[in-house]
Design a binder for this molecule. Structure first.
Ligand code: GNR
Ligand code: NI
Length: 167
């Protein structure tokens, strides 16, 4: 197990589009375990491989209270979505920034599990938000892309200042 460094917005590597996983093997299971450890340690409720500079379609999520319900999604795809919800989002790659984003209320996601078996899951509420947030990462998108240009400019300025004082 290993903790992986998390890329910070506006790192251009967060813009890469991740490739589908061809085969679920031991090295992929190790990646998922390292991502889970990194997510729990952060702490966060989700992590996409893109955020640790691995450009494969792998996501880990645990939205449970007890942090005892890890879900791993390989090649996740939203096959149906309906309704709208708007919740406050944050991102481990955009520390200290929280804002409302509009997402589908309910999604059906198709994916592979760590045995390489096809699965389908219906999700709503926070889990649905998190799945959409993480699939955005795999497509090179960050939640701030959903905000106004003015807000995006302010976030860039704030993070650049922060980076200067922590450097
Ligand atoms: O830890 C996280 N919390 C969160 C809160 C609301 C909506 C989405 C998220 S995901 C985020 C972890 C992260 O950056 N995943 O990419
Ligand atoms: Ni994120």
């Amino acid at each position: 197990m290993a903790l992986l460094p998390i890329l910070r917005f506006p790192d251009p590597r967060l813009r890469k589009v991740a490739s589908p996983v061809a085969r679920v093997d031991d090295s992929l299971c190790r990646l998922a375990a390292d991502m889970a450890e990194t997510m729990y340690e952060a702490p966060g409720i989700g992590l996409a491989a893109t955020q640790v500079d691995v450009h494969k379609r792998v996501v880990v999520i645990d939205v449970s209270e007890g942090k005892d319900d890890l879900r791993v999604f390989v090649n996740p795809e939203i096959v149906t979505c309906d309704g709208l919800q708007s919740g406050e989002e944050g991102c481990l790659s955009v520390p200290g920034v929280y804002d409302k984003v509009e997402r589908a209320e309910r999604v059906t996601v198709r994916y592979l599990d760590l045995e390489g078996n096809e699965q389908q899951l219906e999700a709503d509420g926070l889990l649905a938000i998190c799945i959409q947030h993480e699939i955005d990462h795999l497509d090179g998108k960050v939640f701030v892309d959903h905000l106004s240009q003015l807000k995006q400019t302010r976030i860039r300025t704030r993070l650049a200042k922060q980076a200067r004082v922590t450097a």
